[in-house]
Design a protein around this ligand. Structure first.
Ligand code: HSE
Length: 303
């Protein structure tokens, strides 16, 4: 049996929603294909295809780790091949590692039907232990469900986001999620906590209203994570300011970075995108630009 799943890239955090909010995108995406043949023993081979390479040792790959846990937990034997056609740059902050695990688990559970979507997200998130050292569910949940997903680690609430215009600039440096999490520290003052709760609540309100201008305003209101991570991304402040000057409603770090995303009126996206690339270049960094939209479609079986 063979099954292919298309999986979207995702923007986690969206400013003031650290580990809690993530949004699925129309582009970029990748395709994960699972092939299974009967066998009395369990074996798993990983094949890396496409624009970017990924580790092919199952224990070093988010899809491999998550798939083996699922297969062993349910006592499923067989010869499995997972082919990852990588369209989302690893280490770019667009949920690349999460997408591979989400696609593999979505394909496996479409074949074996063992769990509900909450448990499926838990299994796929297990793969994140490889990339970030801890389990976080934001990218995986939006990769599977699509739309804006709000999670508390146990429940995953999908809020339709429509097709919000978004420009993403990914500078040509890799930033490991584990390193990007180390700068956050363990504590935050009460004043920051209060602001963060109001910002994230108002951001959710803006999504429920479907108001892009308001969404951008509250994307900009992260007073906790952005300032701790900004120095990890060369030229971040200039990139953000130049996008805002060209008409973006809101700009922040995508996931753990180094990608930066901007929400803008559709007719200004090209300009905003060019401004971000120029600002990165002024800071000595080439970058890849993607003009995209949010997507209410998550993982999708395509063949
Ligand atoms: N919420 C995670 C972080 C996302 O910001 O570390 C990682 O892609």
């Amino acid at each position: 049996m063979k099954l292919s799943v298309r999986v979207p890239a995702t923007i986690a955090n969206l400013g003031p929603g650290f580990d809690v909010f993530a949004l699925a995108l129309q582009e970029p995406y990748e395709t994960v294909t699972v092939t299974t043949r009967p066998s009395e023993r369990l074996s798993l081979e990983l094949i890396s295809k496409g624009k970017y390479k990924v580790p092919t040792e199952p224990q070093d790959n988010t899809a491999g780790i998550a798939a083996l846990k699922y297969l062993k937990d349910f006592g499923i034997a067989g010869e499995f091949v997972i082919e990852i056609d990588k369209g989302i740059r690893p280490g770019g902050g667009l949920g690349s590692s999460a997408a591979s695990a989400a696609g593999a688990l979505y394909a496996l559970d479409s074949i074996y039907c063992k769990v509900d979507s909450d448990a499926l997200i838990q299994y796929a998130s297990y793969g994140e232990t490889v990339s970030s050292g801890t389990v976080h569910h934001d990218n995986v949940s939006a990769s599977i469900l699509g739309g804006l997903v709000v999670n508390d680690g146990h429940q995953f609430l999908k809020v339709p986001a429509g097709d919000l215009p978004i420009a993403v600039a990914t500078p040509s440096v890799e930033l490991k999620t584990s390193d990007s999490r180390k700068v956050l520290g363990d504590c935050m003052p009460f004043s920051e906590m209060r602001n963060h709760i109001s910002s994230s609540t108002l951001l959710l309100h803006a999504f429920l209203k479907g108001d892009a201008r308001l969404i951008g305003r509250f994307v900009n209101s992260d007073n906790v994570v952005e300032k701790r991570r900004a120095s990890l991304i060369s030229g971040y402040t200039e990139v953000k300011q130049s996008a805002l000057k060209r008409g973006a409603y809101g700009v922040s770090i995508s996931g753990s970075g180094p990608s930066v995303f901007a929400i803008a009126p559709e007719e200004m996206l090209e300009d905003v995108s060019a401004a971000m690339s120029e600002a990165f270049l002024d800071n000595g960094l080439e970058s890849t630009a993607v003009i995209t939209k949010s997507s209410d479609t998550g993982s999708l079986v395509i063949g």
